[in-house]
Design a protein around this ligand. Structure first.
Ligand code: 3PY
Length: 248
């Protein structure tokens, strides 16, 4: 049985004062939550996460990383640096990076490798656009996105990743996939993982992302292959994030 994993993706939001209240609010409201939880925050706030969250059940991580180890890459942050702030997770291949920074699956695979090489867990995002869904290309698009990463990893490393299915048309739009739509894609992703490493496929969490909120979390999280959520807007309010954590 896989534990549920709920990860907040703060995107480019937050301030030192607001974060303090949010992080402390999350910790205070966890009670005996069964789900594992984490927040992925903008890089400048990683130190604050380490200060506030060390010793609590809430893990933290980054939203992106360089594929390079070190060097003349102005503006980039490498995986080794993230380990110095206690990061456990790093999101790679979020659709906003694929769209606004033209990141392709080959680059995403290199970033996942860089994260694993430093002992952290990449949260590998995959998802189709509305146009692709309407053209019946969902399976092929998300399949190719995941394959690019799986092919770059040795079989043992497959068990050390998290996958997040985030239909692009559901991100920040308030629309979300129905539980059945999401489950269909999650089952496909699980089968793909199985083909690479059957044992790993049983432990890799496959998260749903794209407007998961308190109102739809329970139903989505009750699907057999939905192991948690990558939460956007609802992760910015302790009350909403906690409601999702407690629904898991
Ligand atoms: C969203 O739900 O908006 C996300 O993009 C989560 O990563």
């Amino acid at each position: 049985m896989r534990a549920k994993l709920i990860v907040g993706n703060w995107k480019m939001n937050g301030s030192r004062a607001a974060n303090e209240a949010l992080l402390k609010g999350i910790v205070a409201g966890l009670d005996n939550a069964r789900a594992v939880c984490a927040v992925c925050v903008p890089t400048p706030f990683l130190q604050q996460c380490e200060d506030v969250l060390t010793g609590t059940p809430v893990a933290w991580g980054a939203q992106d990383v360089s594929m390079h180890a070190f060097g003349a890459y102005t503006g980039e942050v490498c995986a080794k640096m993230l380990t110095e702030f206690g990061c456990r997770y790093v999101i790679v291949g979020h659709s906003e990076r694929r769209a606004y920074h033209r990141e392709d699956s080959a680059l995403v695979a290199k970033k996942a490798q860089a994260v694993l090489a430093e002992g952290m867990i990449p949260i590998v995002c995959v998802g189709e656009t509305l146009e692709q869904r309407e053209a019946g290309e969902t399976a092929q698009v998300v399949g190719a996105q995941l394959d690019a990463v799986l092919e770059a990893l040795d079989a043992a490393s497959v068990g050390r990743i998290v996958v997040a299915y985030e239909p692009v048309w559901a991100i920040g739009s308030g629309r979300n996939a129905t539980p059945a739509m999401a489950q269909e894609v999650h089952a496909q992703l699980r089968a793909q993982l199985k083909a690479r490493n059957a044992e790993a496929a049983e432990v890799v969490p496959i998260l749903y992302g794209g407007s998961m909120k308190p109102e739809n979390a329970k139903e989505l999280l009750s699907q057999p292959d939905i192991d948690g959520g990558l939460i956007g807007g609802a992760a910015l309010k302790a009350e909403d994030f906690l409601a999702i954590i407690h629904a898991a």
